[in-house]
Design a protein around this ligand. Structure first.
Ligand code: PLP
Length: 273
């Protein structure tokens, strides 16, 4: 069978981000995506309105059931939703030694937070009362770093996780805390005409890509990139080649993204081979 990537990710009903992005990106690499669902979000291409996190016990049951049945080659995580789910994933990683791509999703590209303290029902008022603090989220993610073959933060997430403003120093910090490699993505940086992503291994830059900046905002670009890399790693590809090829593929998906109306983010067209 095709190599299997087990993704820990949330449902985005717009289909731009989250588990649908994972499934489509991984299918494009000719790997198979299995999903342990972490949360059900309520969102469109413009805004996150709320979410219900899946209880950690259910998350673990989903993952263990798939692991007992399918030849999982790589783990990939996106939105985890709660501190409890991060801790549950940490335990799974400790008992199943597999390559792991960690996309440290803290907020949606459209701005809404995607992390609560504990599992609860979606509703605007209760969600805002029980959001996890940045310190709590950073402490929880730090424990995942030693298991990560690759971390794929955008620049906002990287600064929050490392507590450093300078992106190079921040990437080195994550390596010092145990991450196998860090792919620093700069699409959120104040605009230049190009986007420069850099891959750090053991604190050293081993690869840099320079891509022309496309007009518009995109929904699910981070999920798509991390999953495409995971799908390629599942075939045994080297990390540098997987990052290069996944970035080229994503650029094509964004160039052909669907533009539905002015206010919303564009949906990447991942149906490209
Ligand atoms: N996962 C889920 C379920 C989401 O809803 C989002 C954003 O809305 C993300 C991940 C992160 O998406 P992006 O790739 O745009 O950063």
């Amino acid at each position: 069978m095709r190599p299997v990537v087990l993704c820990f990710s949330g449902l985005d009903p717009s289909g731009g981000a989250g588990l649908q992005a994972d499934i489509e990106a991984i299918a494009a690499t000719k790997s198979h995506a299995a999903i342990a669902c972490t949360a059900l979000t309520i969102q469109d291409s413009q805004k996150v309105y709320g979410f219900t996190a899946i209880p950690a016990v259910h998350l673990v049951q989903q993952a263990e059931t798939v692991l007992a049945d399918l030849p999982v080659k790589v783990f990939k995580s996106g939105m985890l939703g709660t501190l409890e789910n991060i801790a549950a994933l940490e335990k799974l990683l400790a008992t199943h030694a597999l390559p792991f791509v960690l996309d440290p999703v803290l907020v949606a590209n459209s701005g809404g937070s995607l992390m609560q303290q504990t599992h609860q029902q979606a509703s605007a008022s209760s969600v805002s009362e029980k959001m996890a603090t940045t310190n709590e989220v950073v402490a929880a993610f730090k424990k995942l770093l030693p298991y990560a073959s690759l971390v794929t933060p955008n620049s906002i997430e990287l600064r929050q996780l490392a507590g450093k403003e300078n992106l190079v120093e921040a990437a080195k910090q994550l390596c010092d805390w145990g991450a196998g490699a860090v792919l620093v993505k700069t699409a959120h940086e104040a605009s230049t005409h190009s986007i420069q992503n850099s891959l750090y291994v053991a604190g050293e830059k081993v690869y840099q890509s320079i891509t022309p900046r496309l007009a518009g905002e995109y929904h699910g670009s981070g999920c798509s990139l991390a999953s495409a890399i995971a799908g390629k790693l599942a075939h045994g590809m080297s990390l540098v080649a997987a990052c290069q090829q996944a970035e080229n593929w994503l650029h094509g998906c964004l160039k052909q993204a669907d533009v539905h109306h002015e206010g919303g983010q564009r949906i990447p067209n991942r149906g490209l081979m």
